[in-house]
Design a protein around this ligand. Sequence first.
Ligand SMILES: *Cc1c(COP(=O)(O)O)cnc(C)c1O
Length: 384
Amino acid sequence: MTTTTKQLTLESRLVQTGVGRDERTGGISFPIYPSATYRHPAVGASTGYDYTRSGNPTRQLLEETLADLEGGARGLAFASGMAALTTLFLHFSAGDHLLVSQDLYGGTYRVLDQVFGKFGLAASYVDTTDPAAVAAAIRPESKALLVETPGNPLLGVADLAALGALCRRHDLLFIVDNTFLTPVLQRPFDFGADVTVYSATKYLGGHSDLLAGALVARTPELGERLYFLQNSTGGTLPPQDCWLLLRSLKTLPLRLERHCASALEIAHWLQEHPRVRTVYYPGLANHPGHQLSRRQASGFGGMLSFRVDTAATARQVLERIRVISFAESLGGVESLLTLPAVQTHGDIPEGERQRLGICDSLLRLSVGIESACDIIGDLEQALA
Ligand SMILES: *Cc1c(COP(=O)(O)O)cnc(C)c1O
């Protein structure tokens, strides 16, 4: 990246990503390099690329863009969010203990519980919206804290500054899964995070047509260690998908503006509906994390959940929606509605789900960028 583009705003830098970087052609779009391997100019010499698991020009541009977007030393692109998380967990050893948000992506719980548990990596699930509860769960063998904020699916807000200070005091690696807000709305490194995790399948990709993940390390040392793990285990993002994600990132700030504005409008509308019991959205003034969210993020995001009167109503809504799709996932331009208790959080044991409040009448809406009035119209007829 040239010095002139460095001085631009984040929005402009994203749009300008790769422009003119292909010096031979001056291409506005940076090309896809599908080559798995590279010819060496001489013995002991390299073009800088030897083998695509270790480095690929298209992935390199994406990884540099991710690092720049986050303000970190190193970005790494993976074949999925789970591949990114798995690689990150491989940083730890048997006997280590992790503190993890209880309001967590179901797949992260599953891989820790059913895969890493077997290898002796222990995890405790704590209410990260309560720093005292996190402090109380720290053990001598605790090595890291993994936080998702806002949480999933109840959108609880964790105090990043307080947790960052706690991690520093106890020498814990501070990991933030920033999938829901992205660096455009929330900047974990400003609060002491060491590494951020993304399911780029969600907002970064943004079109429900790409599975991808990312890690961004704040320091070069941690970046080097995570790169070693990425290259050793091979969960890298293919060049074609790197290109698609690069294209998606150009419109990320613009998309988020619309996601946020529509989510707030829809949350207000849902709050007034007689069959809706509770709306969980940090942008609502009555949300417990509202003030905190205003302080640590520049937007409330496009995710909201709501509890309807009965499980039967929830089923009715899922069967009747026409504009919104009944589907898992989130963060795409298309609105998606899901039933967390059965779908995204189906792997969390029933008792634990009940305790967390993930009941059969809870619906999670990923607000797309269709007109808010069309999304509201669809919910209105589905709830009637
Ligand atoms: C989807 C998701 C993941 C997993 O990412 P994949 O791309 O589906 O592998 C991890 N964390 C959060 C918060 C997610 O929403």
